[in-house]
Design a protein around this ligand. Structure first.
Ligand code: FEO
Length: 423
């Protein structure tokens, strides 16, 4: 087991009257199924003591409640707990909440406005009242106050941060967290966790970049002296470096060399016998006819999905081509599409195309997936049987042109004439 403190389930002071009372989970190898955790993780919970009571900020995953309660009991009695703050209601932070409420029945629970309904549903306790809070709301512990900051969608709608003004401490929930387990707790003492920090951002926060930027606008002026996230090391050494890193990661990468008013359209394809390649090239030619659209053409056989995900994140439109093999699109296409969950692709214009031999399901399946990613798919997609003829390549060219015109807002659908009107 990685450096455990199990023989000593005591709270760890992180500042005057403030303790870490969380739990270590060094054996976890996968979080929420999708995240690898080579170093395990921690469920960080904190206890703040004031002259008029105690507040607990977040709890731990249910299976780790024992260590959490042992640490809590090492610094406070349950009767002292007046306030429980839920910065984020995912079960890794609320698993021990029902038992905590049983042990501290008079504590009031503070949660974001978006979170309260969901928390009732999660705990199957419709009768309990929670105090909904937002930026500007405060909770007094007598000689110190906790301030609530609304920072939603990081990475659930309910997320918020809590600020302890007197100590300039930020309790940030999943924000600035990472899955890294080390009983030395503080960023200036633990092992090298930079990979985990960036990996966590890439998989948890990246789809919500604009919300990260919005949160930083709120948090930057506070100039935290310490950031206490819900997972991973407590950031007491140069905490603002981690905020700056989030800002950098949330900005566009190298500037895409688009001119003023230009838009970017990416075409990805893969081909078994060259027919889908021929379609892709004709579509590319059609897109390139439209002024203001910068077209790029990529063969999925030539790269892993990762770099393409980066490109798609900053592109305005996307066209994907696949042959139909065994009634399906081919694996590299699905690899790319499944990788897009880590970015915000909502609202991009998208379409599918492909050559087929017998049934041709791939185009519809890709289109459905693009819609599932909340892209705008204005065309049913272009399917051609076997080897495209010159006329059909002309159709591809027109399809590409149409998509580019749609992207630029210049597409006018051909008028349909009802012959009944002509007689
Ligand atoms: Fe750590 Fe979103 O839960």
């Amino acid at each position: 087991m990685l450096g455990m403190r199990t023989s000593n389930d005591e709270a760890v002071a992180i500042g005057p009257g403030v303790w870490w009372i969380g739990a270590l989970d060094p054996d976890l190898r996968s979080f929420d199924i999708i995240l690898k955790t080579a170093n395990g993780t921690s469920y960080n919970s904190y206890l703040v003591r004031g002259s008029e009571g105690v507040a607990v900020i977040d709890t731990v995953k249910k299976e780790f409640a024992e260590a959490f309660f042992a640490r809590l009991e090492s610094v406070a009695d349950y009767a002292e707990i007046r306030h429980i703050i839920i910065n984020h209601l995912e079960p890794d932070h609320t698993g021990a909440l029902p038992e905590l409420l049983r042990r501290a029945p008079h504590a009031q629970v503070y949660i974001s406005r978006r979170g309260q309904t969901m928390l009732k549903a999660l705990l199957k306790d419709e009768g309990r009242e929670y105090i909904p809070v937002q930026t500007g709301d405060r909770c007094s512990l007598g000689d110190r106050e906790l301030h609530f900051l609304s920072t939603p969608f990081l990475h659930w709608p309910d997320t918020q941060c809590t600020w302890l003004e007197q100590e300039q401490m930020l309790f940030s929930g999943d924000l600035f967290g990472c899955h890294f387990c080390d009983n030395r707790l503080f960023n200036d003492q633990v092992g090298d966790f930079r990979f985990s920090f960036e990996y966590y951002y890439a998989h948890i926060m990246r789809p919500f970049k604009q919300h990260v930027i919005d949160a930083l606008e709120i948090l930057d002026p506070l100039q935290p002296r310490l950031i206490a996230p819900a997972h991973g090391p407590i950031l007491r050494d140069r905490p603002r470096d981690y905020m700056q890193r989030y800002r950098d990661l949330s900005r566009p990468r190298l500037r895409n060399e688009l001119g003023e008013g230009e838009k970017s359209l990416l075409i990805f394809y893969i081909s078994a016998y060259g027919s889908t390649t021929a379609m892709a090239r004709a579509i590319y030619a059609g897109v390139s006819e439209v002024e203001g659209v910068r077209a790029s053409l990529y063969d999925l056989e030539g790269s892993e999905a990762g770099p393409f995900v980066d490109l798609i994140e900053e592109a305005d439109a996307l066209i994907i081509g696949s042959p139909t093999i065994n009634g399906d699109a081919v694996k590299p296409v699905w690899d790319l599409l499944s990788s897009l969950v880590v970015i915000d692709s909502k609202g991009k214009i998208a379409a599918a195309f492909g050559s087929y031999g017998w049934s041709g399901e791939a185009v519809r399946m890709i289109s459905d997936r693009l819609r599932g990613l909340k892209m705008r798919v204005p065309h049913e997609g272009l399917r051609l049987k076997l080897i495209p003829t010159d006329d059909e390549l002309g159709e591809c060219r027109a399809f590409g042109k149409e998509m580019a015109e749609r992207l630029m807002g210049r597409f006018t659908a051909p008028k349909e004439i009802d012959y009944a009107d002509l007689v």
